[in-house]
Design a protein around this ligand. Structure first.
Ligand SMILES: [Zn+2]
Length: 208
C-alpha cells in the first residue's frame, strides 16, 4: 500500500514537473501585444491585492489550450509562500475558429483574466507545501474539485473588484461564434456563469 502511494506521489511530481518545466523556456512575447500596456494591466490589477506585493510572479505569453493559467514553479511546491515563484501563462495562439486567445481580448476582458489568475496565486499563498501538493493532485484528478476551485477563484476575483471585467470576459466566451462548443462546455462545467458573476458582484458591492 505504501509502495503504491509512493508510486502515485512520484508520478504526480513527474507530471507536475513536466507541466511546468516544459513551458519555462518558451518565453516569447507576440507581435500583437504591447508589453508596456501589459505591464500597466498587471500593475493596476496588483493594486487590488494588498497581500501579493512580495510574491514573485513571472508572466509568460505562449500558446495554450485555455486563455490563461497560474501555477507555482516545480521547486516552489516545497517552499513557504514568501519564497515561491509563480508563473502566469497567457494564451497567444489565436486561431480564426477558436478565439480563446488572450491577445485578441478587449482590455477589459484581459483585466478580468489577469484578476482571475492573480486570485489563484492569492489562494496558493494560503497553502502549506503539503496542501499545495495535495491541491495539484486533486485539481488534476477530480472534476468536482476543479469546479469548486474555479468557482472559489472567480469569487476571490469578484471580491477584489474584477467582477465587471470577469463578466465581460465570460460573456464574450459564451456569445462568440468563433469559440468552439467544446471550450464553452468546459467553461460552463468549471467556471461561474456570467449571471452568477454579476449576481455576486452586485451582492457584494451594492447589496442587491
Ligand atoms: Zn482558474
Amino acid at each position: 500500500m505504501a509502495k503504491l502511494r509512493t508510486f502515485y506521489i512520484v508520478l504526480f511530481l513527474l507530471i507536475i514537473s513536466n507541466y511546468v518545466n516544459a513551458q519555462e523556456f518558451n518565453f516569447k512575447y507576440t507581435k500583437g501585444l504591447s508589453i508596456e500596456i501589459e505591464k500597466q494591466h498587471f500593475k493596476k490589477a496588483m493594486e487590488s491585492f494588498n497581500n501579493i506585493d512580495s510574491t514573485t510572479i513571472k508572466v509568460i505569453y505562449k500558446p495554450l489550450k485555455s486563455t490563461g493559467a497560474a501555477r507555482p514553479t516545480f521547486f516552489s511546491f516545497f517552499k513557504k509562500p514568501s519564497k515561491r515563484i509563480y508563473k502566469i501563462y497567457l494564451n497567444t495562439k489565436c486561431k480564426p475558429n477558436n478565439l480563446i486567445c488572450y491577445t485578441n481580448l478587449s482590455d477589459s476582458s484581459k483585466y478580468g483574466v489577469i484578476g482571475h489568475e492573480l486570485s489563484h496565486i492569492i489562494d496558493y499563498n494560503t497553502m502549506s507545501s503539503t496542501q499545495l501538493i495535495g491541491f495539484g493532485f486533486k485539481y488534476i484528478f477530480s472534476k468536482k474539485f476543479k469546479h469548486n476551485t474555479e468557482h472559489k477563484i472567480d469569487s476571490i476575483a469578484i471580491m477584489h473588484g474584477f467582477g465587471e471585467q470577469l463578466y465581460q470576459f465570460t460573456n464574450y466566451i459564451f456569445s462568440s461564434e468563433n469559440i468552439t462548443e467544446r471550450y464553452k462546455f468546459k467553461k460552463e462545467i468549471y467556471y461561474m456563469s456570467p449571471d452568477s458573476i454579476l449576481k455576486l458582484h452586485n451582492k457584494h458591492f451594492t447589496g442587491n
